[in-house]
Structures are given as C-alpha cells and as structure tokens.
Design a protein around this ligand. Structure first.
Ligand code: SAM
Ligand code: SF4
Length: 335
C-alpha cells in the first residue's frame, strides 16, 4: 500500500480538516423544514456501531482532521452516546470536539459532555413561543429546550450558539426576540437559510425562504451590528457580526444568497457510514462496507478516505433556480 498522507487535500486544493459525523438519523423532533411527518429511518443493523464511529474518527484524525462535530438526527438520543464522546474527547490530535443538538437532552447531559471534552455546542431554537415551537418541531417542548440551553450556559462550554431557521410567515416576527434572547445570555446566534434537502409537503421551501439580507435588515432596526470579517476560518461559512458592548455574535449562513464553496473544508459521514463529499451533491463513498470487511484495517479505511477526496465536487447549486431538490433529508445528511 502506498504511504498514506497526513492531510486531506481535494482536487481544488481545499484542505479538509473538519468532519461532521451523524451518529443517528433518528430524532425526537420532526422539524417541518428537516423531516416529513412520517419518516422511514435506517434499520438499526445498518447504522454504524459506536465502535465503528470511533474507528472513523480515529482514521480522520490520523489524516489531519482537527475538528469533529457530532450531529444527526438528534445525537443525544443515541443510546450510550456519552461513551463515544468520552473516547473521542481523548483522541490526541483532535482540537475541537463539538456538537449540534436540538437541546432536548441537554439538561441532563450538558455537564458530562463538557467534562468529556466537548468544546462548543450549537442548539437549534426557532421560536420562543411554546405553541409555535411545538408546531415547527411537531414534537418538541420549548420548556425542555430552554432548560437545556441554560444547562449548557452553566456547564461552561467555550461557546454556546443558537441555530435558527426562519421561515417567512411562520417565525420571521421572532427574529429580534431570538437575538435579544441570545444577547441576554451572552451566547451566539446564527440564522440559517432553509436548504432544499429532502422533499416535504408541509410548506413550499421557495416561498418561505427568508434571506440573510432580509434578516440583517430586521435586526438592524434594533441593533447596530459591526462585521467581524469574511466567512471562513474556524467559523466556517457563517458571516458574523458583533453587537455593541456584547460578546454575542450574530451569524448568517446563506447557502442561497452567498456561495462559500471555495472555502469548504468539511465532509460528512451519514449514520450508515456513507461519506458525503458535499452537502448539496450526492457524491459519496460507502465506508461501512470497508469497516465491515472481515480483515478490516484502519489503513484500508484511511486509504478509502484519501481516494474519496477526488470526488469532492467544486460547489453546490442551491442558488440555481429550477435545480432539482436533493432527495436526502437533512437528518440523513448530518446537518
Ligand atoms: N438535531 C440536531 C439539531 O436540530 O440541532 C442536529 C441535527 S439538525 C439536522 C442540524 C441543523 O440543521 C439544525 O440547526 C437545523 O435547524 C438545520 N436544518 C435541518 N434541516 C434544514 C434545512 N432543510 N435547511 C437548513 N437547515 C436545516
Ligand atoms: Fe431533529 Fe434536528 Fe431535524 Fe429538528 S432539525 S427534526 S431536531 S434532526
């Protein structure tokens, strides 16, 4: 076998040093933009075991990956997730172990997650009104998530950030309330434009899209925001703004209105071990097949990952009108 590299570089000379691992496609919520009301989940035997997730993380870090985000579905409902977190937290060359969660389990888990090495937590929050929160998540309880956010703040992570998807006519009247909420707690908030991942009947994605520009105008009515620089670096594709006299940063992730693919440093692995090279394209490699070979070695996994870099597309096309939707849902993608 040829000598394996210690960094991952794709055809466009982008260095890939960030992996998002979806540890489950299941979730206790059914957010209207993320899932259909009735979902079919991957049968359990096809989902990677926690040991397999760990082997993936090991392979990626030996190939120069420095940041791993656990996501899903809802990562914190995966049975025994804390045992995986604890092992990942001890990986010697991993600088940033981070997590994206809907917050429903944080009240009981935040402190342990922090103790086991999770540095930053992103928590999804689209509404501060209990009934509306319930409608948008279909199953969520606002009180539980707010208690989870407080637990995360108290646990002392390096950063806590809220993620909000704003839909026209649904929760755009709460943009300022959400910023006030983050500001009051000294935490960050990022607004994500809805992406066409998976077919949904609940609303028309094109009609409900609220662009980052519109959101900036709304927030500008109350706050004078100053730009904290161009997207890229450790903050990824978000464009961040500061609020006067506050540590709170307000970010905008704008896959429709601003293309940031040239800065892309990340890949995703789905719960069933499919390495996805791009959020908005189907190019992928089945890593589970390698993990489950009878004579599996970490080197064979590493070499499949290195070869996969040749498949990473130059960009997605969310901004092209008439482009077909991606059939897979965000929960299957590992958001
Ligand atoms: N369950 C966790 C959560 O909700 O934070 C982690 C997984 S979720 C798929 C990750 C993020 O993706 C959430 O912040 C959610 O709002 C966002 N998301 C889901 N579907 C989306 C879509 N179609 N467009 C944009 N963001 C989406
Ligand atoms: Fe679950 Fe997160 Fe998708 Fe909502 S956005 S349904 S919480 S995976």
């Amino acid at each position: 076998m040829p000598k394996l590299p210690t960094t991952l570089i794709d055809r466009f000379q982008r260095r890939v040093d960030y992996v998002r691992l979806s540890v489950t496609d299941r979730c206790d919520f059914r957010c209207v933009y993320c899932m259909a009301e009735k979902m079919t989940f991957v049968p359990k035997p096809q989902v990677l075991t926690l040991e397999e997730h760990f082997q993936l993380a090991q392979a990626f870090t030996e190939l120069g990956v420095r940041k791993i985000r656990l996501t899903g579905g809802e990562p914190l409902i995966r049975t025994d997730i804390l045992t995986l977190v604890k092992r990942l937290g001890r990986l010697p060359s991993l600088d940033q172990l981070v997590l994206t969660t809907n917050g429903s389990q944080l009240q009981r888990m935040a402190t342990q997650l922090r103790d086991y090495g999770v540095k930053r937590v992103n928590i999804s929050l689209d509404s501060l009104q209990a009934r509306r929160f319930r409608q948008l998540t279909r199953h969520g309880h606002l009180d539980q998530v707010l208690a989870g956010i407080d637990a995360a703040v108290d646990a002392g992570f390096e950063r806590v950030k809220l993620n909000a998807v704003i839909l026209k006519g649904r929760n755009e009247d709460e943009v300022l309330d959400l910023v006030d909420f983050a500001h009051g707690r000294g935490i960050d908030i990022a607004f994500i434009e809805e992406m066409p991942l998976g077919r949904i009947e609940e609303h028309d994605r094109a009609l409900s899209l609220c662009s980052s520009e519109e959101l900036r105008a709304i927030i500008g009515q109350r706050y004078s925001m100053h730009s904290l620089g161009e997207p890229g670096g450790s903050d990824g594709p978000a464009r961040y703004f500061g609020l006067p006299g506050s540590t709170t940063r307000v970010g905008f992730i704008s896959p429709h209105s601003e293309n940031f693919c040239h800065l892309c440093n990340r890949v995703r692995v789905t719960a069933e071990g499919r390495l996805l090279l791009c959020l908005g394209n189907e190019h992928s490699v089945d890593l589970r097949a390698i993990l489950r070979q009878p004579h599996f070695t970490l080197d064979s996994l590493k070499s499949a990952i290195v070869e996969a870099m040749a498949l990473k597309p130059e960009r997605h096309h969310f901004d092209n009108e008439g482009e077909p939707q991606i059939v897979r849902f965000m929960n299957a993608t590992g958001g």
